[in-house]
Write a protein that binds this ligand. Structure first.
Ligand SMILES: Nc1nc2c(ncn2[C@@H]2O[C@H](COP(=O)(O)OP(=O)(O)OP(=O)(O)O)[C@@H](O)[C@H]2O)c(=O)[nH]1
Ligand SMILES: [Mg+2]
Length: 389
């Protein structure tokens, strides 16, 4: 009898073991299998990142990660133009950034002007603060004289130091200057914007940013890559062109920049575009040959159409050195507007005042970052409000 119980026991164990094995097999079978698509598609990284984590952990573990599936390069899609940020939100964002960049010039001035007694030491400190912000000697003297006159009067009549200071700074920046960009030409010809400046000031970036704004405003634009010194410079502009969806006229490395500028404007005239923007190579203001070349670029362009705007791009972080550059460039090409770049990285917004009073040329645009929408029209009141924090 005992052997019978033994046999039954073994049989029961065997049945239980078999059942266990079957269940674990079933568990290992994927719950869902993605059918292999008959036409291979390209999965873009952005789409994968967008998968919520819960869903991703639910997916069966495949032998090959999705990204390693054979990628078929499909015919180039119609390029989708990036849509720039709206002017209003761009301005609001840029003002915020400007306010953050001024390192407390306005606050410092206000603290000094709010003292009970404005003695000689205090006026000296105010002067120092303005000079350190690169406002320049003559404009500093002018603003300090005006403040002294207005704030010396008895408290009640003199008014709030903040509003007095605001008035004086706005007057200094000159809200009456015409800061509109001349981007349309005469007689149905395109407006031509020539962009000049020293190496690395931000010319090419500014050309791209301006093109982006114009395109957003439904202007047709052609870019001229007249920086033929380096192939990389042409590529940099070409990338902006692609991004914004505008044509870039380019020549081989070493081509005469004037001939590329000429071709760009010629093409712009033939195609009837609204604006041609010509990027030039960075050049040191003390290299006479290079400054002469710039004059030639302008003269050659004008055989096709009038240069409606010559923008000098100045790096705000270079301070007073920018002034020396500005004078030389003005002589070579008759600068009509200034683009002050990298104001985001400078506590020296005062250069706006210095450069304008020195050249009598308005700051028309300010660059406040490396992003495609980090360019804003210059506005005197907004600038001073940002300075005052
Ligand atoms: N923070 C900041 N960086 C900027 C701004 N504008 C340009 N840059 C950066 O400055 C560097 C030089 O800019 P480019 O546009 O190449 O300057 P460029 O004047 O064309 O230079 P060259 O052609 O070499 O003379 C780049 O890294 C830009 O991203 C700005 O407003 N703020
Ligand atoms: Mg450049």
């Amino acid at each position: 009898m005992e052997w019978l119980y033994l046999v039954i026991g073994i049989a029961v164990l065997a049945v239980v073991a078999l059942a266990g094995l079957v269940t674990s097999r079933t568990r290992r079978t994927p719950r869902r299998t993605e059918p292999t698509p008959s036409t291979p598609t390209t999965t873009r990284p952005a789409e994968r990142e967008a998968l919520p984590p819960t869903l991703e952990s639910d997916l069966p573990v495949l032998d090959e990660p999705l990204l390693d599936e054979p990628v078929v390069v499909e015919p180039a899609p119609v390029p989708v133009r990036e849509k720039p940020e709206s002017t209003r939100s761009r301005l609001a964002r840029l003002r915020e950034r400007l306010a953050g960049s001024q390192g407390g010039l306005g606050r410092g001035l206000l603290a000094l002007l709010s003292r009970d007694r404005l003695d000689e030491d205090t006026w000296e400190s105010i002067e120092d603060l303005l000079l350190t912000a690169d406002i320049g000697v003559a404009p500093t003297q002018q603003v300090v004289d005006n403040l002294r006159t207005r704030l010396r009067v008895d408290g009640a009549e003199a008014g709030d130091p903040r509003s007095v200071l605001r008035d004086e700074l706005i007057a200094l920046v000159d809200p009456t200057m015409d800061r509109r960009l001349q981007v349309t030409g005469d007689d149905g010809k395109p407006g031509v914007v020539l962009v000049v400046g020293v190496n690395g000031a931000g010319k090419t970036t500014t050309v791209g940013k301006i093109a982006r704004i114009l395109v957003a405003e439904d202007h047709s634009v052609t870019l001229g890559a007249a920086d033929t010194f380096r192939a990389a410079a042409v590529e940099q502009l070409a990338t902006w062109g692609e991004r914004v969806g505008v044509e870039v006229v380019r020549g081989a490395e070493g081509t005469d920049p004037a001939s590329v500028a000429f071709e760009a404007v010629k093409q712009g005239v033939e195609q009837g575009v609204d604006t041609v923007i010509v990027d030039t190579a960075g050049r040191l203001q003390n290299k006479q040959g290079l400054m002469d070349e710039l004059g030639k670029v302008k003269r050659v362009i004008e055989k096709q159409a009038r240069v409606t705007e010559v923008l000098l791009v100045l790096d705000a972080t270079t301070g007073q050195n920018g002034l020396i550059q500005a004078r030389v460039f003005r002589e070579a090409v008759d600068v009509t507007g200034i683009v002050l770049t990298k104001l985001d990285g400078s506590a020296k917004g005062g250069i706006v005042v210095a450069v304008q009073s020195e050249l009598g040329v308005p700051v028309k645009l300010v660059g406040l970052g490396e992003g495609p929408d980090d360019l804003a029209p210059f506005d005197a009141a907004a600038f001073v409000d940002a300075l005052l924090g």
